[in-house]
Design a protein around this ligand. Structure first.
Ligand code: ADP
Ligand code: MG
Length: 575
């Protein structure tokens, strides 16, 4: 007897259904996608018991002709794809003709549909994939599908379902994703008789976001966009102050399809690399549009992943869209003190272009301290007033790390290393920055190993812009002929090692590589926590922070905390 036998079609259907229909949320996703493909302007989703007992999706789309009603439930029956050549340019969300067959195989279904302009519609019912009844019906134009008792005939699958509440919230996220993917469609979700969300369908992304996530969330979003002939990215990203503890509000859409993509996530997060501390994540609703032939949508069973012809092209499109949004926000945002928890305020302000050390208006030149001082610093003055006339008094330094400052009716604590690092970093990044380098009489030979030496040499031009002159020196070493003025000769090797580490971690986009190098140099050049500093140095740093130029270090950590008098009074029960 042969060992290999063809499976019974019914069993084959159940296996296929397992790929498409994992849980109620996957049924809802497929049904909404069908409604969107049918051109619906209004879609209503209703579920009971997390979707396990009842899911209904109603749309005002094109409807299905009576003669097609049965066929729609056959496996690989679709109106969206005719031949293999069509696979290269799929413009619809569906194309495999699997969803209705898969859902029908594991539930009891009722479909009611009428084509636009047709006199009558049709009703069809199925149970476990078997057609029970087909009959003419009077119904509104469009389609309604009711799915009852999901997995009633596959107890093994139903055992894997979570609580109704958990399944219901998975449905909510699916509906949110679908609604965001097509802001021109109004989507409503009703759960156990109560409306959970309802988008306006006015084609505006901002009103769609507002209706789904509320006022506070949408107030923290800024518009983003980048466009060229072959690819565009538009949408909204969160302001750095609105960072979250997880990635659950990162939404990416490619050609109208919600997808998960490591490439897009990396592009987003690298654009924030200088504004977020690690462990905090940006949110986004970003729509990338590429030519149909530049993306393969047929690579994942649930169609939630795609393959790009050029990852770099989409990375850059998203990266620059986000970077542009962050830059314009920095320019426009007024100086503001924002709430930070209940006790402190964090200084959050626009970054004013930094005057480079060679800029004559930046001070008297010479030592670091003077370079970063404003012309009006007077060593003996008890209160400092800079060009933007912010007055404050430096009380002193605590723990060799924090500067304590009195300003108006508040005390401020400033992390001196973080502040100095940011000043260096901004200086390095500023347009027209010309490095001050120190030529080394005897070049330093750094033995970094073959791979690192090659990496440094590849980036020699970027390093040169910072004041490092490097040359190849044998297989696995480089010769360093000059280094930036700000760093100590003994730091040469450690800085270059750090640059290598950052280059390997970072992305391949040039701005990212440049920032990684700047960050490493700024960190090494900044005064160290744990080392005491001169009064003038502290005052100059404080001036920069108080003028509102700096709000976070290049790694995104805050540089200053405010402790208001009222908080202090309350702590001492002085009210
Ligand atoms: P696919 O979406 O991949 O084509 P489905 O199994 O999801 O496969 O649907 C099969 C066919 O049924 C679709 O190609 C479409 O013609 C029709 N159809 C399904 N849902 C709808 C709907 N809501 N409105 C109009 N036609 C629909
Ligand atoms: Mg479909």
């Amino acid at each position: 007897m042969p060992k290999i036998l063809e499976l019974d079609p019914h069993v084959a259907d159940l296996i296929a259904a397992g790929e498409v229909v994992e849980r109620p949320a996957s049924v809802v996703k497929e049904l909404i996608e069908n409604s969107i493909d049918a051109g619906a302007g209004i879609i209503t989703v209703e579920i009971n018991a997390g979707g396990m007992t009842y899911i209904r999706v109603t749309d005002n789309g094109c409807g299905i002709a009576p003669e097609d009603a049965r066929t729609a439930f056959l496996r690989h029956a679709t109106s969206k794809l005719r031949g293999a050549e069509g696979l290269d340019a799929i413009g619809t969300l569906g194309f495999r003709g699997e969803a209705l067959a898969a859902i029908a195989a594991v539930s009891r279904i009722e479909l009611l549909t009428r084509e636009h302009g047709a006199r009558e519609g049709v009703s069809i019912t199925l149970e476990a994939g078997e057609v029970r009844d087909v009959s003419p019906a009077g119904c509104p134009e469009g389609t309604t599908i009711i799915v009852r008792d999901l997995f009633f005939n596959t107890p093994a699958r139903s055992k894997f379902m979570k609580s109704d509440r958990a399944e219901g919230s998975a449905v909510t996220s699916t509906v949110q994703r679908c609604a965001l993917s097509h802001p021109e469609t109004s989507v409503r979700l009703i759960k156990d008789g109560k409306t959970e969300c309802h988008t306006p369908g006015d084609s505006r992304v901002d009103s769609c976001i507002y209706s789904l996530f509320g006022r506070d969330f949408s107030a923290g979003m800024i518009a983003a966009g980048s466009e060229d002939d072959i690819i565009s990215t538009t949408g909204y990203v969160s302001a750095p102050s609105a960072a979250r503890g997880n990635r659950s509000y990162q939404f990416f859409f490619v050609n109208g399809r919600s997808i998960r993509s490591k490439t897009l996530q990396a592009a987003l997060e690298q654009a924030y690399a200088n504004s977020h501390p690690s462990g905090r994540y940006p949110s986004c609703v970003l729509y990338t549009t590429v030519r149909l032939g530049d993306v393969d949508v047929n690579v994942h069973p649930a169609k939630t992943e795609v393959k790009f012809v050029s990852d770099k092209q989409v990375f850059d499109s998203v990266y620059y869209a986000v970077l542009g949004a962050l830059d314009s926000q920095r320019r426009e945002q007024p100086v503001a003190l924002q709430d930070y928890g209940s006790q402190f305020s964090i200084l959050n302000s626009p970054s004013v272009p930094y005057r480079t050390p060679r800029d004559s208006s930046a001070g008297t030149g010479g030592s670091d301290t003077q370079r970063y001082s404003d012309a009006s610093v007077h060593g003996s003055a008890p209160a400092y007033s800079d060009a933007s006339s912010v007055s404050f008094r430096v009380i002193g330094e605590a723990l060799n790390t924090y500067i304590i400052v009195e300003r108006d009716s508040s005390l401020w604590l400033i992390d001196k290393h973080a502040a100095h690092e940011r000043i260096h970093f901004d200086a390095l990044r500023s347009e027209g920055f010309s490095p001050m380098s120190q030529a080394l009489i005897t070049p330093i030979i750094c033995r970094h190993g073959h791979e690192d030496a090659a990496l440094l040499l590849e980036n020699a031009e970027l390093l040169d812009k910072l004041g490092f002159t490097i040359e190849s020196f044998g297989e696995d070493s480089i010769a360093v002929r000059s280094i930036p003025a700000e760093i100590d000769i003994s730091e040469t090797e450690p800085v270059l090692s750090e640059v290598c580490v950052q280059l390997k971690l970072g992305g391949s986009a040039e701005p990212t590589r440049r920032d990684e190098i700047y960050r490493s140099v700024a960190c090494k050049a900044a005064i160290k926590a744990g080392r005491s500093s001169e009064t003038d140095e502290l005052r100059a740093l404080t001036a920069r922070v108080m003028s509102g130029e700096i709000s976070s270090c290049p790694h995104g950590r805050p540089v200053a905390f405010e402790l208001t008098k009222s908080v202090l009074d309350r702590s001492f029960k002085r009210s």
